[in-house]
Design a binder for this molecule. Structure first.
Ligand code: F0G
Length: 408
């Protein structure tokens, strides 16, 4: 399902662009949100006084010299959606999704999640006074995310199965019961996620980058980004399209396989997805048809990267002083690969979207720096080789020993 509009925008694009920007200085709660200040481009809500907001969005764009050099691009930037209230891009979509849930009179909201959706939904449901129920694959979501869902008061149902099992069950429950489904199959969530693109372009003074690179899991973001760009082009906000590059982890890359297939007719699910980037450990993404449409609209590409490429790219992003969770680092790893295969030109401009905060999954980062990253696959356990480890150094609690060690 899509939200489709008969846009009735009276002001010319330039006037609206100025208005969006000016709203950042207003006290009005809805305009302090980096989602709702763009409401003319998601005009499904007549009354902004009842939005459920944590003042999401308004996330920064960073230049990143080490990451640029690593990828071979002269102008690579990161838009960091991990600096949202609950630490991921999901907040852009939950403010719209939960606002609609409350409006429709739902008493409980639900989702399947690899962690971030559940953390975000739990927070926004708490703000709205709604019960939230999250379904997660037992033992396969990071502690940071699980902790958030528990703290925000969600009922956390750990299922002995995969994310895809959880997704199937919650979709069926939403049809059979009164649970309001807040996965990205909910089109109102995607309306909020469109503003990631709108805000990015605003921050670039509406100079369209050549490429926007994003991770692909359940493919909601790809669906939302393509819709945003299509609408912005149709309404005259931009004169040309950037190209989208979706990057998946090799062990969980059904969309990459679809993209590479000759007819692109039907996505074949991956039955045992395997990646340490647990956020995107998904074998049967629900939004693949919309994501494919986004790739077509933008002349986009799909890439896949290996576990050690993800791990090293994440460490490089950290050394730029930025940091992110593993799933976000596929963007830098993917850019590097697309540059070496000459799909992205060195002189092109690239914005990578970092989707989640470094602190979401500290266990991964510590294992990386201690050279203990291991992936369980159907063929057994595999060590992930890393090249930028920065292990802690243990010393006796003795000043002289410390001086000797640090050569001070
Ligand atoms: N990056 C992070 C940090 C994520 O949490 C997710 C998805 C993605 C990328 C992929 O985005 O699904 O729109 O393609 N996380 C979902 C969740 C599945 O349950 O938190 P997508």
């Amino acid at each position: 399902m899509d939200v489709d509009y008969d846009f009735h925008i009276e002001s010319p694009p330039d006037a609206l662009k100025a208005l969006f920007k000016a709203r950042r200085l207003e006290a009005e709660p809805a305009y302090r949100s980096g989602v709702w200040r763009f409401h003319e481009l998601l005009p499904f809500l007549p009354d902004l006084s009842r939005v459920v907001t944590l003042f999401e969005g308004n996330t920064p764009i960073y230049e990143a010299p080490l990451s640029s050099e690593y990828s071979g691009i002269s102008a690579l930037r990161f838009k960091h959606q991990g600096l949202n209230p609950t630490g991921s891009f999901k907040d852009n979509g939950m403010t719209t999704g939960v606002t609609v849930a409350r409006q429709t009179g739902a008493s409980a909201v639900a989702c399947a999640s690899t962690g971030n959706t559940s953390a975000s939904m739990a927070a926004y449901a708490a703000r709205a006074g709604l019960q939230s129920i999250v379904f997660v694959p037992a033992g396969r979501i990071s502690h940071g995310k699980l902790a958030q869902a528990l703290e925000y008061g969600a009922r956390v149902i750990e299922l002995d199965g995969s994310f895809d099992d959880a997704m199937r069950i919650v979709r069926e429950l939403a049809v059979e019961t009164g649970l309001y489904l807040l996965n990205s199959v909910n089109p109102f969530r995607l309306e909020g996620q469109k503003t990631i693109i709108i805000e990015m372009l605003e921050q670039l003074d509406w100079a369209v980058p050549d490429w926007i690179v994003l991770p692909g899991g359940n493919l909601g973001n790809c669906a939302a980004f393509g819709k945003a760009l299509h609408e912005l082009a149709t309404l005259g906000f931009i004169e040309r399209m950037p190209r989208l590059a979706v990057v998946q982890a090799k062990g969980a890359a059904p969309f990459y396989k679809l993209y590479k297939s000759s007819d692109r007719e039907e996505l074949v699910p991956v039955s045992h997805p395997a990646t340490l980037a647990t956020a995107i450990r998904i074998g049967n993404p629900v939004s693949w048809t919309k994501a494919l449409r986004s790739i077509e609209w933008t002349n986009g590409v799909v890439e896949q990267v290996s576990e050690n490429e993800i791990a090293d790219a994440k460490a490089v992003i950290g050394r730029d002083g930025i940091g992110c969770e593993p799933a976000s680092a596929v963007t830098l790893a993917g850019t590097k690969q697309l540059v070496s295969s000459r799909i992205i030109d060195r002189d092109e401009t690239v914005v990578c979207v970092l989707t989640g905060n470094l602190l979401k999954d500290p266990a991964y980062t510590i294992d990386y720096h201690s050279r203990k990253l291991r992936l369980e696959t159907a063929e057994g356990e595999k060590m992930i080789l890393v090249t930028r480890a920065n292990a802690p150094e243990r010393l006796p609690a003795d000043k002289d020993a410390v001086r000797r060690h640090l050569k001070l």
